[in-house]
Design a protein around this ligand. Structure first.
Ligand code: SAM
Length: 215
C-alpha cells in the first residue's frame, strides 16, 4: 500500500517540476511514515509539512526533493545537513548513496532521530550541536543543505564547501524565506541563484536567529 502511495507522491512532485531520477527514486523508496508520529501515519504521503513535536516539522516532500535536486550531488559525495529534525531528508540523501553528516540543535530530537537511524540501519553521522558553524572536522563538503530559515548566509558554511560545491539555504525574515543556491567557484568566489518563497522554522544559533527572540 505505502509503495503505491509513494509512487503517487512521486507523480505529484514530478508535475510540480522535479526531474532528477535519483531524487525521485529515493522519494519512491524511503518510508516517510517511519519519520513522523504514528498518529499521523495516514498523512505520510500528502505533499505537506507535518509537525514532529518540539515545535518542529518534517519538511514538505516537494521541498525536500527540490533542495536535494539543487544540491546536484553524486554517489559517494560528502554532504552536510544542518537541521536533522525527523531524519527524513538525511535518509533521502543516504538512500541516494551520499556520505551524510547531519547536525541537530535540539538534544531530545537528536537523540530520538539518532536512535531511529540505528533502528532503520541508516548510517548517517549525526551530532548534537549548532550547525550554523558547520562541522569543520569532516569538511570540505560537496554539498551543504540547511533545513531551517536563516537571517543571513553563515560564512562558516560557505568556507566548508569544496570548489564546485553547493550550499542550499533558505534565507529571509522570520516568516518566509527565499531559497539560495550558492556555488563555490574558487577559493574566494561564489555565485548565487535565488528561488522565491519557502517557509521554514527558524535556524537558531551563533550565526542564526537568537532563540529568545523567536515567537
Ligand atoms: N531536515 C528535517 C527533516 O527532514 O525532518 C527538517 C527539519 S526542521 C524543518 C528544522 C530543524 O532544524 C529542527 O529540528 C531544528 O531544531 C533544527 N535547527 C534549528 N537551528 C539549528 C542549528 N543551528 N543547528 C542544527 N539544527 C538546527
Amino acid at each position: 500500500m505505502s509503495r503505491f502511495q509513494r509512487e503517487q507522491l512521486v507523480e505529484e512532485i514530478k508535475l510540480k517540476g522535479i526531474k532528477d531520477e535519483n531524487v525521485l527514486r529515493a522519494i519512491a523508496t524511503v518510508e516517510r511514515e517511519k519519520f513522523i508520529p504514528k498518529t499521523m501515519a495516514h498523512l505520510a504521503y500528502k505533499d505537506t509539512a507535518l509537525p514532529i513535536g518540539y515545535e518542529q516539522t518534517i519538511s514538505q516532500p516537494y521541498t525536500v526533493a527540490f533542495m536535494t535536486e539543487k544540491l546536484n550531488l553524486k554517489k559517494e559525495d560528502k554532504v552536510l545537513e544542518v537541521g536533522t529534525g525527523s531524519g527524513y531528508q538525511a535518509a533521502i540523501l543516504y538512500q541516494m548513496g551520499m556520505k551524510v553528516y547531519s547536525i541537530e540543535i535540539n538534544l531530545e530530537l537528536h537523540n530520538k532521530t539518532k536512535q531511529l537511524f540505528d533502528e532503520l540501519g541508516i548510517r548517517v553521522h549525526a551530532k548534537y550541536g549548532d550547525g550554523t558553524i558547520g562541522w569543520a572536522e569532516f569538511s570540505p563538503y560537496n554539498g551543504i543543505i540547511v533545513t531551517a530559515g536563516s537571517p543571513s548566509i553563515p560564512n562558516k558554511l560557505m568556507e566548508q564547501l569544496t570548489i564546485g560545491g553547493k550550499l542550499v539555504i533558505p534565507v529571509g525574515p522570520r516568516d518566509y524565506q527565499d531559497l539560495f543556491v550558492i556555488t563555490r567557484l574558487s577559493e574566494d568566489e561564489y555565485s548565487k541563484e535565488t528561488y522565491p518563497r519557502f517557509v521554514f522554522v527558524p535556524l537558531i544559533g551563533k550565526n542564526g536567529w537568537e532563540k529568545n527572540k523567536i515567537k
